[in-house]
Design a protein around this ligand. Structure first.
Ligand code: ATP
Length: 264
């Protein structure tokens, strides 16, 4: 462990404290074998978009999270797909969301190895997960994803009608959609293929989005099915994506005309 989370190294008063904490979690995840080097690079791409968004959850992201939670609470078989970055960044939130919605966690990796799946399952267990799919399940293949990338659990993603993914590449989202699943994706980059292809695109940092999802799931699980279905029916992902681009444009055009950024 690098130990940089120690306040002496990253003081809470540091203006980039939250961002540095996330980096530190990823570095620790890398050292524990959860995160691959490519995951560290992917995080950097996300950080750049988060900077433009002002590192906060916008109302359009909250609408998307609400719709995703409504799906999780009404679907026949919802599943939360977990990769190394998600597990390293927000293990507790993933476990809580799974408990509140009844959607199991399944470890599903782009760079798959049994050791990595094992390390991620172990990490989620350490954070309170009782059941994590990914090891020892009956394996099936998602059509259209070559080699080990397409391996999923029969009782998990393979038979799911709704899948929540985060920090993923576009191929997987497309393969899940082609297999007839409703896909919600957490992705800070609204230009990405994932963001463009998902049914619900949550343009927000994964840790913030998952924390919000936990809060909303605790509230919404007391709602009637009719009320949850209304949330789903009134949801418009094109409008949400358009607002995400507009939010970026507003901050960029303010900066372009004044030479200073808008404080969030
Ligand atoms: P696509 O194939 O969908 O076009 P990509 O090639 O960018 O996307 P990856 O390299 O796997 O796919 O990157 C993962 C995505 O996750 C990137 O779009 C990045 O902006 C986003 N991302 C990275 N870290 C986070 C985070 N902490 N929270 C939310 N999104 C993130």
């Amino acid at each position: 462990m690098s130990g940089a989370l120690d306040e002496w190294v990253i003081p809470r008063s540091h203006p980039r404290y939250h961002s540095l904490v996330l980096r530190e979690r990823l570095v620790e995840g890398f050292e524990k074998g959860l995160v691959v080097p490519q995951g560290l690079i992917a995080h950097g791409r996300g950080e750049a978009f988060d900077y433009i968004l002002g590192e906060r959850t916008h109302p359009f992201a909250e609408r998307a999270v609400r719709a995703a939670v409504a799906y999780m609470l009404t679907s026949r078989h919802p599943v939360i797909s977990v990769n190394g970055n998600m597990a390293a960044l927000a293990p507790r939130e993933l476990v809580q969301l799974s408990e509140l919605t009844g959607a199991p966690l399944e470890v599903n990796l782009f760079y798959r190895s049994e050791e990595r799946v094992k390390a991620i399952v172990q990490h989620l267990r350490e954070h309170g997960a009782e059941v994590v799919l990914g090891l020892g399940c009956s394996k099936k293949r998602l059509p259209g994803l070559e080699s080990a990338r397409g391996i999923v659990c029969e009782e998990g993603i393979y038979s799911a009608d709704f899948v929540l993914v985060g920090i993923e590449d576009g191929d997987r989202t497309e393969a899940l959609r082609r297999a007839g699943k409703v896909v919600a994706a957490i992705d800070l980059n609204p230009f990405s293929r994932t963001a463009q292809k998902a049914d619900i695109t949550i343009v927000d940092e994964a840790t913030r989005a998952l924390r919000l999802a936990v809060r909303l799931a605790a509230e919404m699980r007391g709602w009637s099915r009719g009320r949850l279905e209304e949330v789903i029916q009134s949801y418009d992902n094109r409008a949400v994506l358009s607002e995400a681009f507009k939010a970026m444009l507003e901050r960029l055009s303010h900066a372009a005309s004044k030479g200073v950024i808008l404080e969030p």
